[in-house]
Design a protein around this ligand. Sequence first.
Ligand code: CA
Length: 248
Amino acid sequence: MPEAGSPPVAPRPHVLVVEDDADISGLLSRYLGGNGLRVSIAGTGAQVRGFAEPSGVDLVLLDLGLPDEDGLQLLRLLQGQWQVPVIVVSGRGEPVERVVGLELGADDYVAKPFDLRELLARVRSVLRRAPSSRTAPAPATSTNVWRFDGLTLDVDARRLIDRGGAEIELTNGEFQLLRALLEHPQQVLSRDQLMNDLHGRDAGPFDRAIDVQVGRLRRKIELDPERPRLVQAIRGAGYRLAASVHKD
Ligand code: CA
């Protein structure tokens, strides 16, 4: 029991559970709360949009099937305005195409019925990989800048600047993918390697998640996304960044 005057404790990561089934959200709240996480619950899209403190949320668990709003629309809000990592929880019987093929760009996917321990492992994995907004370093002090093909990635500030000097917004998943490619320029990275870098596990049933993310990234960084030249697919092997990378 902390007393007044005891040393400050690091804040618990804050997970927002978006789920309209009260049994499931209650179960998640108890389980995640009992494992060192702070949990808030929103049962509708409206509650998410009205959430008082989006900047204090470190991760969102997003059920796609909500009563008042398609979870896909919420995902765009969370990744755009909120800039927060998202694990999508797909409903029973929802086709994988809906989860992966619609180019969600979520950080991970969990299908119902899920195993709580597995879910917790995914949550921890995403939290480890996503820098907390509360601890993000100030861009001005950054020296970790990588240049490739006329583009500039400030790794610490997570800012990508295009060939004309404008900022390109990246989701967390796109940023992690780009960083993984930039760390190994001119080398073929297998989907397993990329899955491990991005999600901490081998490519499995969601193998296509990497392909989807590559497609999204291409549209942001290729001069001609229809004929990608920078991020090349190597048949049967994986992907390769065809550029030299200069690190300041
Ligand atoms: Ca639901």
